[in-house]
Design a protein around this ligand. Structure first.
Ligand code: GLV
Ligand code: GLV
Length: 324
């Protein structure tokens, strides 16, 4: 019997056709709505590999259902939707999609910085709503990214790609990372800071880190208080890095100027979320890696990882088990 691959989200047919060459394939036929949890669990029962998105929680209940599972192929670089300890204990390989999305995600980080700093959403709405009556000396005056001090929290490949872009903006670039990256310091002209120093000195603080127990809620009241009153906070990591009530308070009370967020704690955001009533907070629907080119590369990488797992070979981008 051929192995079954469960694809938890609709992807273009060309990729499904590739999977069909070496497995049985079951695909959830919706691009925008996740598979209902009960159905996902049911369909996982006889699956050898599941191709998942951040919407699928891989936990104890999943492993109780997916008795034949060999691989979890996550369509994302982050894998905080997966209980990695359990996966490894169960001997299940987890793969992600690093590298192919680095430049695209860094570009979105820069876009958010510029958009927030130059009040682009507000400005476009101003025109759409028919408010543009004249040129004003300080009409929608924003803040320069050029020449500013930028603090990058999380100097992985996305942080580095962002630093390369910011050099073109003549920024002074600071970073904080779990481990110091002396190579990057030399090649990218970035300076290491403690988190406190980074918050104190930066005009823009941008979070690109993966979400872990250590980084959860790290952007809280204390952190925002340390930032400049003119400071802008950008998040392209995970919503869980931020205590959202503290961010709202920090912006409302003028502790910081504003924020640009590609991620929020509970996605999709509830339409009554206070962020959505705040001019100084821009929320995007988690589109960091969303260009057609990059999403194609990510899906292709998932297909290739699936093939390797089914052939008992080492996948291209494993995050836990390396076969010998
Ligand atoms: C998206 O956030 C990803 O982890 O790829
Ligand atoms: C603005 O458009 C200017 O000319 O300064």
């Amino acid at each position: 019997m051929r192995d079954k691959v469960l694809v938890a989200r609709q992807v273009p047919d060309a990729f499904i056709e590739q999977l069909k060459q070496f497995s049985e394939v079951e695909v959830w036929q919706s691009e925008l709505n996740p598979m209902p949890r009960a159905l996902f669990l049911e369909k996982s029962k006889d699956a050898t590999v599941v191709i998942t998105t951040l919407s699928e929680k891989i936990d104890q209940t999943f492993f109780e259902h997916a008795k034949h599972i060999k691989g979890i192929v996550n369509l994302a670089v982050g894998f905080d939707n997966i209980d990695m300890k359990l996966a490894t204990e169960n001997g299940v390989i987890v793969t992600n999609t690093p590298d192919v999305l680095t430049e695209t995600t860094a570009e979105l980080g820069l876009t958010l910085m510029l958009t927030t700093a130059r009040r682009i959403v507000e400005a476009a709405r101003y025109v759409q709503e028919g408010n543009w009556k004249s040129w004003g000396p300080y009409l929608l005056a924003g803040k320069d990214v050029y020449g500013s001090v930028v603090g990058i929290y999380g100097m992985g490949s996305i942080g580095e790609a962002l630093a390369r872009r910011l050099q073109g903006f003549n920024c002074k670039i600071l970073y904080h990372n779990r481990t110091r990256k002396e190579d990057s310091e030399r090649t990218l002209n970035v300076e290491y800071r403690t988190l406190d120093e980074l918050l104190n000195e930066s005009d823009f603080v941008i979070c690109t880190a993966p979400l872990t127990e250590q980084t959860k809620g790290i952007f809280n009241r204390t952190a925002f208080k340390q930032m400049k009153n003119t400071g802008v906070f950008i998040n392209i990591g995970r919503g869980g890095h931020v205590i959202e009530d503290d961010l709202i308070e920090a912006v409302k009370s003028g502790e910081i100027l504003g924020a640009g967020l590609d991620v929020v704690e509970n996605e999709p955001i509830n339409e009554t979320h206070p962020f959505l009533d705040m001019e100084q907070i821009i929320v995007l629907p988690h589109i960091g890696s969303s260009t057609v080119q990059t999403r194609n590369k990510m899906v292709q990488l998932c297909v290739d990882n699936t093939k390797k797992i089914l052939e008992d070979e080492e996948p291209i981008t494993p995050v836990n088990i390396k076969k010998t």
